[in-house]
Design a protein around this ligand. Structure first.
Ligand code: GTP
Ligand code: MG
Ligand code: ZN
Length: 193
């Protein structure tokens, strides 16, 4: 999570609390979450250590600071970053993927920002398996081909309702499933419509 400074100075308390809860949620699922600020000019040592001895790919929405973070790790080429922060997401600064050797160790592929993505030949069974927190439930659904969307006797929907699965994660799942990932926040849950 980059741009920590903007979070710290946000007057929106609900946004600050939600972001903190989301970081904790992802950590509880076993993901390593780094909270960074790329424009301090100093690299986060723990983050650089993740890249060392590996080939990594940096992916995320346009303007979040991917190239800025990579530039702190002494890449063989300095990547362009947006001159001034533009609030309207009308353009991408990085327009092609580049493979870079890092002075701090390892190789990285910087990619242009994504606005949304969709898995073209999605298969709900494979997709739901990619969500570690859905795995325990998917085999307990009544229907083997359950998409966990609006099917009856769905163990995943039950787990969301009783709080065992975070609604944020479930919304991420249905956003990708339905091809609405760019509007993730606006995906609604069928029983809450
Ligand atoms: N406030 C703040 N601004 C940042 C931070 N990191 C990067 N920025 C600014 O955010 C803007 C976008 O940064 P980029 O590194 O170009 O973002 P990107 O993710 O590579 O964007 P694309 O190449 O379009 O995908 C630039 O103006 C950066 O200076 C940060 O930690 N805090
Ligand atoms: Mg970039
Ligand atoms: Zn199901």
């Amino acid at each position: 999570m980059n741009k920590k400074d903007l979070l710290d100075k946000s007057p929106n308390e609900a946004f600050r609390n939600d972001t903190k809860s989301m970081i904790e949620l992802y950590r509880s699922l076993g993901y390593r979450v780094f909270v960074t600020q790329a424009d301090t000019g100093r690299v986060d040592e723990d983050l650089a250590a993740v890249f060392k001895n590996e080939v990594s790919l940096v992916v995320g929405h346009s303007g979040v600071g991917k190239s800025s973070l990579i530039n702190l790790m002494q890449p063989e080429l300095i990547q362009d970053v947006e001159d001034e922060e533009v609030l309207t997401k009308g353009r991408h600064t990085t327009t092609y993927a580049s493979f870079l050797k890092l002075g701090t160790g390892g190789f990285v592929i910087d990619t242009p920002g994504v606005r949304s993505f969709m898995i073209k030949d999605y298969d709900p069974i494979n997709l739901s398996w990619c969500f570690v927190d859905l795995r325990d439930y998917i085999s307990r659904c009544k229907y083997r081909e359950c998409r966990h969307l609006d099917e009856p006797a769905c163990a995943v929907q039950e787990a969301v309702k009783n709080g065992s699965i975070s609604p944020w994660r479930y919304k991420s799942y249905i956003a990708i499933l339905t091809g609405a990932s760019g509007r993730e926040g606006r995906v609604s849950i069928s029983w809450e419509d």
